[in-house]
Design a protein around this ligand. Structure first.
Ligand SMILES: Nc1nc2c(ncn2[C@@H]2O[C@H](COP(=O)(O)OP(=O)(O)OP(=O)(O)O)[C@@H](O)[C@H]2O)c(=O)[nH]1
Length: 481
């Protein structure tokens, strides 16, 4: 084989070509997106600042940290390489002083790396921010990234420009905290494209229960704009808390970002001194905004966490744990409402009472666990045959009730026939090699548009019809007279 050539799947390829392919394959679109984001953010920040000061809007660190935590593929070495190039080129375009660019890039990257190392340890709770613990970890990660970057950056600025190390570090820390606390939660919670489309379509969920909290916030922002002064952030508080209690975490992080940006904009309008001569006040303002955002996100996460727990609790109190069907109480509550609506609209309705045949024998012969398997298989089959407006509940033991709104006697009989056939066709394995062919009996009661009966009377009539079906030999249905 000639020097400088290697065998590749039966073809001789020059070694340099293989290496070039590997490099090209190693870089992905995500790495390029990260590099480009950092490049643009650095270029905008450095070209819009005065030469001796720190940048006013240095968003690249927050963007990079948020992106690599949200999209771990960006944190691969290729992502770091392109991001470093982005920092160097973007900053050099505005700064033009290579040693300064090099040292400050190093400070930025080490800070981001430290924050990322912490956050990726807690990725499960951080990336979803589903509970206040997630917010806590984000805050710790952001503090680490900001503090390390500030300490190194302060040292670099003292070495390069003989500026006070402490004051630079203080300014750097405050600005970094604010940018990270406003941007990172937003990046972590932004829904994927498909989910965003679904949320947009189901407007009610996307915008929370109503737009009222948002309206309160907008009114308060207007009042703040009109009267101005140091109390403006506190003035927004009721609106922001209301939003945090009403909306999803992503919406709340977006509102925090907008409210924070709006507040900084107002300060710029009012000639607030952001220079290092006013380092304490600038840091106080930025840390205040960071903590406001953290507090609101904690409220939103706690509320979402509590909402999820309540939903789980409600589901387990209204659904039977074995079959997943509505419990007797939940079925009765919903059936009452449906019957009242149907009576008001003078529409027919039918009720079916389903009962497994000879179920005691199954338990006695194969054991209670096998009986449970049969119950689950039968209920799955019944559920699969339901139409969306029909209501099914487990009334107790092996007895189920099925309410068919709008169905007359003929339709109800056809449904009962169909259900008996579907259960008859089942073969259930209850033990190794042992199978069962269950059957059900059904009692049917149908009301036409002129009848009005209470649920308890309907249930009693369906029960009597079920008894007749059992008397008639089971595996069939009987229609109540
Ligand atoms: N495995 C299991 N068995 C249950 C459950 N709930 C009730 N049972 C049993 O269901 C059986 C019902 O028996 P019976 O009311 O005599 O009815 P059957 O044997 O099906 O007879 P017919 O209804 O007359 O056909 C009893 O043995 C109960 O213990 C449950 O959740 N799991």
């Amino acid at each position: 084989m000639a020097a400088g050539a290697v065998a590749g799947e039966g073809v001789l390829m020059p070694a340099f070509e293989i290496r070039a392919n590997r490099v090209a394959a190693g870089f992905r679109l995500e790495h390029a997106v990260l590099g480009a984001t950092v490049l643009v953010a650095c270029a905008v920040a450095t070209t819009s600042k005065s030469p001796s000061l720190l940048s006013f809007f240095w968003l690249s660190n927050a963007l990079m940290l948020g992106l690599i935590v949200r999209f771990p593929v960006m944190a691969q070495p290729q992502g770091w390489v392109l991001a470093t190039l982005g920092f160097l080129l973007g900053s050099y375009a505005g700064e033009g002083w290579f040693l300064k660019v090099l040292l400050l890039t190093l400070a930025n990257l080490v800070g981001i790396a430290c924050g990322w190392l912490y956050l990726r340890q807690h990725a499960a709770s951080v990336v979803q921010m589903r509970s206040p613990v997630g917010v806590f970890h984000v805050v710790v990660g952001v503090c680490i990234a900001s503090a390390v970057g500030a300490l190194l950056g302060g040292g670099a600025m003292q070495y390069l420009l003989q500026r006070s190390w402490q004051r630079t570090a203080m300014m750097w820390f405050g600005a970094e905290m604010m940018h990270m606390c406003l941007i990172i939660p937003l990046l972590l919670n932004v829904p994927p494209l498909g989910a965003a489309r679904r949320l947009w379509r189901s407007g009610e969920r996307a915008w929370g229960r109503s737009v009222a909290p948002l309206a309160v916030l907008v009114v308060l922002m207007g009042v703040g704009l009109y009267i101005g002064g140091p109390g403006v952030p506190l003035l927004l508080l009721p609106g922001l808390v209301l939003c945090a209690l009403s909306y999803r975490v992503f919406t709340v992080s977006l509102l925090c970002f907008l409210a924070g940006s709006w507040h900084v904009f107002l300060l710029v309008l009012n000639d607030f001194d952001f220079s290092s001569q006013n380092a304490e006040a600038a840091m106080s303002m930025r840390l205040g905004l960071s903590m406001l955002s953290v507090t609101l996100l904690t409220v939103a996460c706690a509320r979402n966490h509590w909402g999820d727990a309540m939903a789980r609790l409600e589901h387990s109190s209204t659904h039977d744990h074995l079959t997943g069907m509505l419990t007797r109480a939940a079925f009765s509550e919903q059936a009452h409402r449906i019957l009242a609506r149907l009576a008001h609209g003078r529409q027919p309705v039918a009720l079916l009472m389903l009962d497994l045949d000879w179920f005691k024998r199954v338990n006695d012969t194969y054991g209670h666990a096998a009986g449970d398997v049969v119950l689950q298989a039968v209920s799955r089959t019944v559920v699969q045959s339901l139409r969306p407006h029909e209501l099914l509940g487990r009334m107790g033991g092996e007895e189920f009730a099925l309410l068919l709104p709008g169905a007359d006697a003929q339709e109800a009989s056809a449904t009962a026939e169909r259900l008996c056939a579907a259960i008859r066709a089942l073969t259930i394995e209850v033990d190794e090699g042992k199978t069962l062919r269950p059957t059900i009996s059904i009692g049917v009661v149908a009301l036409d548009a002129t009848d009005t009966l209470t649920l308890s009377v309907l249930l009693r009539k369906a029960d009597l019809a079920l008894y007749s079906a059992k008397e008639n030999g089971r595996d069939g249905f009987c229609l109540s007279a």
